[in-house]
Design a protein around this ligand. Sequence first.
Ligand SMILES: [Zn+2]
Ligand SMILES: [Zn+2]
Length: 420
Amino acid sequence: MKAVLDHIGIAVGDIAAALAFYRDALGLEIELPEEVPSQRVRAHFVRVGEPRLELLEATAADSPIAKYLDRRGPGLHHITLRVDDLGAALAQLKARGARLIDQEPRPGAEGALVAFVHPSSAHGVLVELKQPRKASVPATGATRYQLGDLELISVSDGHVRLDGGAMFGIVPKALWEKQTPSDARNRIELAMRPLVVRGARTMLIDAGVGDKDDAKFHDIYGIDRSPALDRTLADAGLSPDDIDIVLATHLHFDHAGRFTVRDGSGRLRPRFPRAQYIVRRGEWEDATHPHARNRGSYIMDNYVPLADAGVLQLVDDDATIMPGVRVKRTGGHTMHHQMVTIESGGKTAAFVADILPTTAHLPDAWIMGFDLYPMDTLAAKQAFIKQAIEQQILVFFEHDPKVVAGYIRERNGKRIIEST
Ligand SMILES: [Zn+2]
Ligand SMILES: [Zn+2]
């Protein structure tokens, strides 16, 4: 384990007096305070070089900091060491008999995961271990896999932020937040990772959110298109002209946004000029006739221009789209949501889209609140996971901020994901 000093926490009884000293008398720069509701504390970080000072102000009488102040008065409260893998660090400490206050990582300030080690094990000092929030997608955003004769290239259209509660349905925040820290607006970060399949022809499955939306939309959904789809396609050696087929799992805006662009004259046109766009007929009908419950997810400018341009092909049933590539209706997320299976050389991969948007959604009950037919999601997901384990299917997680693809395995009754 490698640990570096991140900051030193100081419990403060009178924040105005403390700022008068650290900010005014010492002339240090104070960052904007951040509230950590679970600890009922407000943290004011003070810049003093790479490691920082953290002035901790209680926001409620039952806050751990308030109790500390009652007992010991203001003063040095904890030191924080930064580690790469907090789970591994805790396992190592446990194995060596250290007394832990937190047996498992929990959310701390700045979207990090943290856990405290008891002072009795750290020679009188309260030690906080911290795994910072990671900027997740690999720098180039294009990851290649060989599957028999087919080449699969995971590309990226950046990140979107969606409400954490809506992403995990009935699962309480106390549980999902351990897996996926949320920001001050309760949103979690999700990747948008379309997949390129290169074989007889070059196919793009889904296309991210695109760039047609206004600033308000970008703010609400925390959209960060770095790296954007054009960039990551270029990293993979592809231009929009190279795409022969664009296949939609469904038409939600985080999957179909880049299907179209606005040209210099403001006209909407297909982004991939040579491509035929393939959409399931039922999904097309739903997306062009939205109702109160799904209207927020569908933006007509993303797909209606495809019909106008004559590049749209609607398919009615499960079908082979190009050699080795089949679509299969899952339903659940939307009535006609479909997944894609890719087979070559005796190997299988699957692009499951919003049936298993992230690896956190592997347990049965972790189903998105967005889903229109959650019991159908459950059935589709159970059947798929069983098959994925038995047949060693390489599964792509379109929205997972960290894991591009992996193999689902079962260990001690728990579903996990492994890279080989
Ligand atoms: Zn969706
Ligand atoms: Zn989605």
